[in-house]
Design a protein around this ligand. Structure first.
Ligand code: NCD
Length: 356
């Protein structure tokens, strides 16, 4: 793998992705061969936001590879509670650990962390922005449960706006030939414009639907998501959106016999428990594939070089990102950076366009 960090799955080539999928499959088949693969290595998990699967699957993955794990899962127990900056925490922890896995509620925080780290950084979710290792999990699951990543009609249901898992998934699967996307959501929770632009650039067909009943019969894959309560500005806005899309046994009767139902979990009420017994429901298997995907990722990333502290970036842009959830607004020392797209300046950290 060329890139040193995993901030966005676009950091990996298609060859890198396929290598990880293959390695995850080998580990799943024959875990005993890999029990010492990371002997003597230390991984830090810095979780500033709640997590069950992502954190525990990373930790289990490292332990099953013979490595060790340090970290925190409650920032109120770490120095951030005393006002320590992200930069200082990362600078220090990267002196202790060979690999840093970080989840943080601030958009663009993983990219910012990578500017100050001696060790490779893995983005385990940066606010509502991206979640590349969930997408690796999803690709591994699709490959072994569906046999292909191409030519699929993929329904995405729930919170497209704030769901970082669907952002990373669509960005990646839109590069594979013949995939079509059906986005099943309310107008308020539809996909951000920058993701729709990526679909257009990759020549991918996509459509919108406002009910599961109307969309489900055409689907090869149904990716359910939770309404992301913690990203809403008010309780009223959340109440208005919750419980709109619920997958139940009656809707499953309308679906293809080889549909695969995925969900990154946690589930709240968007899939009834009756669906769990349906052989097309693969979300618990998906969580287990996530551990193998992360074992393969850890092995791959520990082959990257461990540098001296990267030089303080010389670039800085006088313009400021207007997204209040962007790391350039919460960690004021982070140098501003923009890229141009469709005649607009777009923030390199959170992908929000600057209003002209
Ligand atoms: C997701 C997340 O944290 O973004 N969960 C996960 O990592 N498995 C989805 C969610 O929280 O709804």
């Amino acid at each position: 793998m060329q890139a040193r960090n995993l901030i966005d799955l676009a950091d990996m080539s298609r060859g890198d992705l396929e290598e990880i999928i293959r390695l995850a499959g080998m580990i799943r088949q024959n875990p005993a061969i890999f029990t010492d693969a990371c002997h003597g290595k230390i991984m830090a998990t810095l979780f500033y936001e709640p997590s069950t699967r992502t954190q525990m699957s990373f930790q289990t993955a490292m332990l099953r590879l013979g490595g060790k794990v340090i970290g925190f899962d409650d920032p109120s127990n770490a120095s951030v509670a005393k006002g320590e900056s992200l930069k200082d925490t990362i600078r220090v922890v990267s002196g202790y650990a060979d690999l840093i896995v970080m989840r943080n509620p601030v958009e663009g925080s993983a990219l910012a962390a990578s500017l100050y780290s001696k060790s490779p950084i893995v983005n385990a979710g940066d606010g509502g922005h991206l979640h590349p290792t969930q997408t690796l999990t999803d690709l591994v699951t699709l490959w072994y449960e569906k046999g292909t990543l191409e030519g699929l009609t993929i329904g995405l249901c729930g919170d497209m706006k704030n769901g970082r898992t669907v952002h990373s998934l669509v960005k990646t699967l839109s590069k594979y030939k013949g995939n079509r996307f059906v986005m099943i959501s309310t107008p308020q929770l539809q996909m951000p414009p920058y993701i729709l632009e990526i679909l257009q650039e990759n020549g991918c067909a996509y459509s919108f639907a406002d009910s599961l009943e109307s969309a489900i019969a055409d689907l090869d894959v149904l990716y359910m998501t939770r309404i992301q309560q913690e990203r809403f500005a008010s309780a009223e806005e959340y109440e208005a959106q919750k419980g709109v899309f619920v997958l139940d046994e009656a809707k499953m009767r309308l679906a293809k016999s080889d549909l695969v139902v995925l969900h990154p979990l946690p589930r709240v009420d968007e899939i009834t428990v009756g669906v769990d017994e349906d052989p097309r429901a693969k979300y618990f298997e998906q969580a287990e594939y996530g551990m193998y995907a992360r074992m393969a990722l850890i092995i791959t990333m520990l082959q990257s070089r461990r540098d001296a502290v990267p030089e303080t970036p010389r670039w800085d842009d006088a313009r400021c990102c207007q997204n209040p959830r962007c790391v350039t607004n919460t960690e004021p020392y982070v140098p501003h950076r923009f890229y141009e797209k469709g005649g607009k300046a777009v923030c390199r950290y959170c992908d929000s366009p600057l209003d002209a």
